[in-house]
Design a protein around this ligand. Structure first.
Ligand code: HEC
Length: 143
């Protein structure tokens, strides 16, 4: 009984916080301070994310939305200004809320309310472990 009451209280408090902090600092826009070892494109992210989930569409055939077909091309593509929101970069190192790539993976708008077109990948959100890898990559410098 006691744990049921505590559980209900936590759920209520959690909802309240989410409603209040949606624009101030939603959890998906906050880097994990425990991750300090750089996660890099060449060591992990290219093979585990871009090769598997993105380059079937993002390749040299139609590079206008970013060519992610190998680590060098991905690095060049994510350093550019975003096509859907030119005031933002595709990847802003250490800044999830200004990285269009991250915002699209999370179906979020830009910091000034920019609508960023479709969610990526179009077939549905990445699994949590892959989301975390992308997050840690951006948060540890995005190189
Ligand atoms: C089925 C095809 C397809 C897949 C798979 C796909 N994309 Fe896209 N992507 C598109 C299309 C089409 C656009 C342009 C329309 C839009 O922005 O929504 C786009 C646009 C983008 C943009 C915006 C680029 C800019 O300059 O503004 C980003 C960032 C992006 N995709 C990231 C990804 C990532 C990361 C993955 C893999 C996790 C991925 N996409 C998988 C088709 C795809």
């Amino acid at each position: 009984m006691r744990s049921t009451i505590v559980g209900a209280f936590l759920v209520l408090t959690g909802c309240g916080q989410m409603m209040i902090t949606v624009d101030a600092g939603p959890p998906e826009l906050i880097c994990d301070p425990a991750v300090t070892t750089p996660v890099t494109l060449s060591a992990t992210v290219q093979a585990q994310i871009f090769d598997k989930q993105c380059k079937s569409c993002h390749n040299a055939f139609d590079a206008s939305n970013g060519d992610y077909s190998d680590a060098a091309r991905t690095a060049a593509a994510v350093a550019k200004a975003s096509k859907v929101a030119p005031a933002l970069k595709v990847l802003e190192p250490n800044n999830l809320g200004r990285s269009v790539l991250w915002l699209k993976l999370n179906n979020r708008k830009g910091p000034a309310g920019e609508v960023l077109s479709g969610v990526m990948p179009p077939g549905g959100a990445l699994p949590a472990d892959q989301q975390k890898l992308v997050k840690d990559w951006i948060c540890t410098g995005g190189t």
